[in-house]
Unconditional design. Structure first.
Lengths: 112, 114
């Protein structure tokens, strides 16, 4: 069965500094991997997805993630954090039927 | 393009009462999903519909939860009777098709069971 583990429940950065949100996956085959963002009282929004094409995936709002098969990781990064990036971030994987399995989430806090 | 609509946004009920949630997916989206998101956790898929048929409901607690999508468009999720542990945000999502299609999420319904 597929699963994802988000290694940090909370991450705090200062505005303008890099962001790193960590995600490890477990899958018996080459997975599709996703990062979603959830702002308070809003639905989840897709940031980016990996579907076995380029291993470095660029998403919206300056985020990107790199698929590393040898490390079973799909970490989310951004060079410079903005205050508006403060939110909950979820890593997810899916099976062939498009059913998503989510990690536990990482709350990103951005300090001025 | 209008997004996924859900109502109500908030609901407070007492245990053993019944509650229903409504979802209107993006026009033309054949696949609809209901997720349960307990505070501090990631969303968990409850049920997936393809048009008006159920694709997967293996994680739906069928003794108390039911869902339908009679005309292949809107969907309702019902809990009867509710338990304290059902307190969560219930998210509806839709996608064009069931294979490798982006899921678009609604704002959710926050249920509190007292």
């Amino acid at each position: 069965a597929q699963s994802v583990t988000q290694l940090d429940s909370h991450v705090s950065v200062s505005e303008g500094t890099p962001v790193l949100l960590r995600c490890n996956y477990s899958s018996s085959y080459s997975p599709s991997l996703f990062w979603y963002v959830q702002h308070p009282n809003k639905g989840l929004q897709l940031l980016l997805k990996y579907t076995s094409a380029a291993t470095l995936v660029k998403g919206i709002n300056g985020f990107e993630a790199e698929f590393k098969k040898s490390e079973t990781s799909f970490h989310l990064t951004k060079p410079s954090a903005h205050m508006s990036d403060a939110a909950e971030y979820f890593c997810a994987t899916d099976n062939a039927g498009n059913m998503l399995t989510f990690g536990g989430g990482t709350r990103l806090m951005v300090k001025p | 393009e209008a997004g996924v609509a859900q109502s109500p946004r908030y609901k407070i009920i007492e245990k053993r009462q019944s509650v229903a949630f409504w979802c209107n997916p993006i026009s033309g989206h054949a696949t609809l999903y209901w997720y349960q998101q307990i505070l501090g956790q990631g969303p968990k898929l409850l049920i997936q519909f393809q048009n008006n048929g159920v694709v997967d409901d293996s994680q739906l607690p069928k003794d108390r939860f039911s869902a339908e999508r009679l005309k292949g468009v809107d969907s309702t999720l019902k809990i009867q009777p509710a338990k304290l542990e059902d307190s969560a945000v219930y998210l509806c999502a839709s996608s064009l098709a069931a294979v490798l299609n982006e899921q678009f999420f609604g704002p959710g319904t926050r249920l509190t069971v007292l």
